[in-house]
Ligand binder design. Structure first.
Ligand code: AQP
Length: 330
C-alpha cells in the first residue's frame, strides 16, 4: 500500500475549521487506501515558545481531535513527533543539504517573523524538520492545506537532491491538496486564510467552541453587496468561502449548491452553512471531550503509535547514515 503522512502542530486549544477541512478530513479518507502515519508536531510547536504545561495539554487535545475526527489508531500509526527521536537525526543530515538562501525563501518564516514572532533558528529550519517528518516514512502522499505547498516542494527537492548525490534512497513525496477545500478563509476577512493567529476571533471557527457561538459567527460572516450566490473567489471571496465550507462538509458539489441557491439570499446560505457545520462539529466535540477524560488511555495509544513509527524511522535513518558515510551503529 502507498503511504500517507501528515502532522499538525499543538499550538492551539482547538483545531479550527481550516485544519479540519483542509487536512484532517483528507487524512481520514486516505486511511482507506493508504498506510497512514499521522502525528502531532510538538517539536515544531516549540518554535513559538509555548508554556510547557500548555504545550503538554495541547498535544493531548490535538491527538484526541485526530481520533475524534476519524483517525483510527488501530489502523493508522498515530504518534507524537518528539517520541520518535529519529526525526531530529534525519533533520541534521537534510540541513547539510539545504542551501541557506533556499531556507530563507520560505514564506512561512517570513510571514511569522513579520507577524512579530522572534526569529529563532528553529523557526528558520522548521521546513527541514518537516522534510524529515515526511521523508523518514518513505511517504508517497502528504495531505495538507495550500499554505504548506512550498514546504512540501522543499521536501521533494531535498529527497531528489539526496538521491542524486548518494543514489536512490528516499521516496519523493507528492502533495495531496484538494482544490476547493485547501484554503478555508477567515470569515471576517475572506481574502486571508483562517488561522489560529487571526487578528480577530470573529473570523475563526474553533472546532471545540460552543456550537451556538459558531452558528452566530457564520451568520455574521462578511459577504458582499451583491445578492447572487456564485463561486467566484476573485470577486466574491466571502460567498465562495461559505460555499466551499458547505460543500466540504455536506458532500454536495459547489456547482449543485449554486443551482440550489438560485433566487435565494445570503441569509439562507449562511443559515444552512451554520447547520452543516454544527452538525459535523457537535459529535466531534463530544468525542474529543470523552477522549480527554482518559489521558492515560490516550498516552497509551500514542506510545503504541510511537513504537510502530520508530521501527520504520530507524530503518530509514540507518539507510541514510550508511549512504552519507557514517560508520554503522553496531
Ligand atoms: N485555512 C486553512 N485552510 C485549509 N487548510 C489549512 N491548514 C491550516 N489552515 C488552513 C492546514 O492544517 C494543517 C495544520 O497545520 P499546522 O499545524 O502547521 O497549523 P498552521 O498551518 O500553523 O495553522 P494555522 O492556523 O494556519 O496557524 P498560523 O496561525 O500559525 O498560521 C496543515 O495541513 C495546514 O495546511
Amino acid at each position: 500500500k502507498p503511504r500517507s503522512l501528515s502532522g499538525m502542530q499543538p499550538t492551539s486549544d482547538s483545531l479550527h475549521l481550516g485544519n479540519y477541512i483542509g487536512a484532517l478530513v483528507e487524512m481520514v479518507k486516505l486511511q482507506e487506501t493508504h498506510d497512514a502515519f499521522y502525528f502531532i508536531a510538538d517539536l515544531h510547536a516549540l518554535t513559538v515558545a509555548p508554556e510547557p504545561e500548555v504545550l503538554r495539554e495541547r498535544t493531548r487535545v490535538t491527538a484526541a481531535q485526530f481520533i475524534a475526527g476519524g483517525v483510527d489508531p488501530a489502523r493508522s500509526v498515530l504518534f507524537v513527533q518528539s517520541h520518535v527521536h529519529q526525526h531530529t537525526e534525519l533533520t541534521w543530515v537534510l540541513s547539510t543539504l539545504t542551501g541557506f538562501g533556499e531556507a530563507g525563501r520560505m514564506t512561512q518564516f517570513k510571514d511569522k517573523t513579520a507577524k512579530g514572532h522572534s526569529a529563532n533558528v528553529g523557526l528558520f529550519t522548521y521546513p527541514i524538520l518537516m522534510a524529515s517528518d515526511i521523508l523518514i516514512y518513505d511517504s508517497d502522499v502528504v495531505p495538507v492545506g495550500e499554505d504548506q505547498r512550498q514546504h512540501l516542494e522543499l521536501s521533494r527537492d531535498l529527497a531528489a537532491r539526496f538521491n542524486q548525490r548518494f543514489g536512490d534512497t528516499l521516496v519523493v513525496p507528492e502533495p495531496h491538496i484538494m482544490k476547493e477545500t485547501a484554503k478555508i478563509q477567515d470569515l471576517q476577512e475572506p481574502t486571508a486564510k483562517m488561522s489560529k493567529s487571526a487578528a480577530t476571533d470573529a473570523g475563526l471557527i474553533n472546532l471545540l467552541e460552543d456550537p451556538k457561538r459558531i452558528a452566530k459567527k457564520i451568520r455574521s460572516a462578511v459577504t458582499d453587496t451583491e445578492r447572487e450566490i456564485r463561486f467566484d473567489v476573485e470577486n466574491k471571496p466571502g460567498v465562495s468561502n461559505l460555499l466551499s465550507i458547505h460543500s466540504a462538509l455536506s458532500g454536495v458539489p459547489v456547482s449543485a449548491l449554486e443551482t440550489a441557491y438560485e433566487g435565494k439570499g445570503y441569509g439562507d446560505l449562511k443559515k444552512d452553512v451554520a447547520d452543516v457545520v454544527v452538525a459535523a462539529i457537535t459529535p466531534f466535540r463530544e468525542r474529543t471531550l470523552s477522549l480527554m477524560a482518559d489521558p492515560a488511555e490516550l498516552d497509551r495509544i500514542l506510545a503504541d503509535g510511537a513504537a510502530r513509527a520508530a521501527e520504520v524511522a530507524e530503518a530509514t535513518v540507518r539507510r541514510v547514515y550508511d549512504r552519507v558515510g557514517l560508520l554503522p551503529r553496531l
